[in-house]
Ligand binder design. Structure first.
Ligand SMILES: Cc1cc2nc3c(=O)[nH]c(=O)nc-3n(C[C@H](O)[C@H](O)[C@H](O)COP(=O)(O)O)c2cc1C
Ligand SMILES: [Mn+2]
Length: 489
């Protein structure tokens, strides 16, 4: 089945028992947040809230859209796989391979004259984001967040680049939102250009749509890439876009809710804190940019999806970290480095990248690590583990074995002070460094040193390495004859 809207995706989730429809009345005030937090903790299905206190029938929310799955026979990444039209038991490696394969052929969007997102229109005085059942997600949050699984669309004033990114949006009042736009991100760079010209930055926010839309918005693609073309590539057909009512920006026609507005230059209001992707309520409130909403268009019976950031494994790891690994791999390949695979383990919240590689010369691990840090997707990576090409980076058992047997506890670990970090939120930093994102990095070199004579390199004690080929084959062939059960093979 083709997934052309969030509603199509819900049907797919339903079919594979990855969706729970909740008819009992729930409260927007913390209750939906608590329920979805438990969904992530248990690996339970995504939660479609159909009856929300104080809101009309039909106004719904969807929690944990790409949360981790613990359903039998499904992989942890089942919902991400389903979002890409793959089997729910596709492995992390298969998802990354499919992503890279499809991305080889970018597909431009098509402009259509109208779409479901135009079924209802609010303008001017009528604009009120609180008409939607926006959750107060975590205890301690600075406000209700309307944007936690969405796309913020802006245009670069100097080029034809249209950026789609996911940056949290907190409600200040009916037509004003607070935004976290760090300078390390594309939107921060665009917003700075508008501020220098003393002009408001036109902005559209698309909430709900086929799942490739939020996926490409939270994946760290390189600059000047129009994420909409990657979304087209992932769904293997152009994304239909419609023009906004009040600004010169195109938005996905299938979206549940569209906000049209502008980010004011030099205006700041107190935003945050918000339970964050690293697993802590790490932030403090601080003055941040302000978005004014001038129009809202939305589908009948709209569905507001939301991500409940916090302890892993949530959307920040199933989509962002997983595909970040694929993007890093593709960037390192462009440099001609002989890397074999990259993986960002989900519980490491995107802070760790494991890279398997051939080692052509001395200190090559450092070459790979510094190249990785120079890429956009590698920007917020603090722990880099470099392993030889015989180690599968998605297999944590193999990676742990490589770290503890091949990485010298002193000489194999290279500390790099003052690497850039995500500002405000990094839990391991003291408060002053945390605010400005003055972080650090470390390289674990788990490759055999290139200058060691071959005969001093330990040989892995595997069936393949230490027994004659004929004997290996005999043992495998006769496995059941020895009395072993087939499932132990
Ligand atoms: C649920 C969710 C919320 C996010 N919120 C923010 C945010 O508030 N600010 C931010 O800079 N990045 C945030 N991110 C990460 C960005 O979406 C991600 O780095 C993306 O690459 C940004 O787009 P860009 O590369 O076009 O700048 C969030 C990711 C997720 C999954
Ligand atoms: Mn971008």
């Amino acid at each position: 089945m083709k997934i052309e809207s969030l509603r199509d995706y819900l049907d797919v989730l339903d079919e594979f028992e990855e969706l729970q429809r909740i008819k009992a009345q729930v409260d927007w005030n913390l209750e939906m947040g608590a329920i979805t937090r438990r969904c992530y903790d248990l690996g339970a299905p995504a939660a479609l809230f159909e009856n929300i206190r104080g809101y009309p029938q039909g106004f719904r929310t969807l929690g944990a859209p790409l949360g981790a799955s613990k359903k039998r026979g499904h992989s942890l990444f089942a919902r991400t796989a389903l979002a890409l039209g793959m089997r729910p038991n596709a492995s992390a490696k298969e998802i990354m391979q499919t992503y890279l394969q499809r991305k080889e052929k970018l597909i431009k969007p098509v402009i259509v004259s109208t779409g479901p997102c135009k079924e209802n229109i609010m303008k001017g005085e009528n604009v009120d984001v609180l008409k939607f059942p926006i959750p107060l997600i975590h205890g301690g949050d600075g406000g209700r967040y309307i944007g936690t699984w969405h796309t913020v669309i802006t245009k670069d004033p100097d080029s034809s680049w249209v950026n789609w990114g996911m940056y949290r949006l907190m409600v200040h009042n009916r037509n004003t939102l607070g935004c976290l736009f760090p300078m390390q991100q594309h939107i921060g760079q665009m917003y700075q250009k508008y501020e220098l010209m003393n002009r408001p930055m036109p902005v559209a926010v698309a909430i709900g749509g086929q799942p490739v839309i939020p996926i490409v918005s939270c994946v760290q693609l390189p600059p000047y890439v129009n994420e909409v073309e990657v979304a087209g590539a992932l769904q293997e057909t152009p994304v239909p876009l419609v023009k906004c009512e009040t600004i010169d920006i195109e938005v996905p026609a299938s979206a549940e809710i569209i906000l049209e507005g502008e980010v004011l230059p030099h205006e700041r209001m107190i935003e945050g804190p918000f339970g964050e992707y690293m697993g802590y309520e790490a932030g403090k409130s601080s003055p941040k940019p302000v978005m004014k909403i001038n129009a809202i268009t939305y589908r009948n019976d709209p569905i507001l999806p939301f991500s409940n950031m916090g302890m892993p494994v949530h959307e920040g790891q199933t989509a962002t970290a997983l595909i970040k690994g694929a993007e890093i791999f593709s960037e390192l390949k462009k440099l001609g480095l002989p890397v074999k695979g990259v993986f960002c383990p989900p519980h490491a919240v995107g802070h760790m990248a494991v890279v398997s590689t051939e080692v052509p010369f001395v200190n090559f691990a450092r070459r790979v690590a510094h190249a990785l840090w120079a890429t956009k997707p590698g920007l917020f990576t603090y722990y880099i583990v470099i392993v030889d090409s015989d180690v599968e980076p998605t297999n944590m058992d193999e990676v742990l074995h490589a770290i503890t047997t091949k990485c010298h506890p002193v000489n194999g670990i290279h500390q790099v002070p003052h690497n850039p970090g995500f500002p405000i939120l990094l839990p391991f930093l003291p408060q002053k460094e945390r605010l400005i994102g003055d972080a650090a990095g470390v390289i674990f070199d788990c490759t055999w040193p290139k200058d060691w004579p071959q005969e001093t390199i330990p040989v892995k004690a595997t069936l393949e390495n230490l027994w004659p080929k004929e004997l290996q084959e005999k043992v495998v062939k006769n496995w059941q004859a020895y009395g072993f059960n087939k499932s132990n093979e």
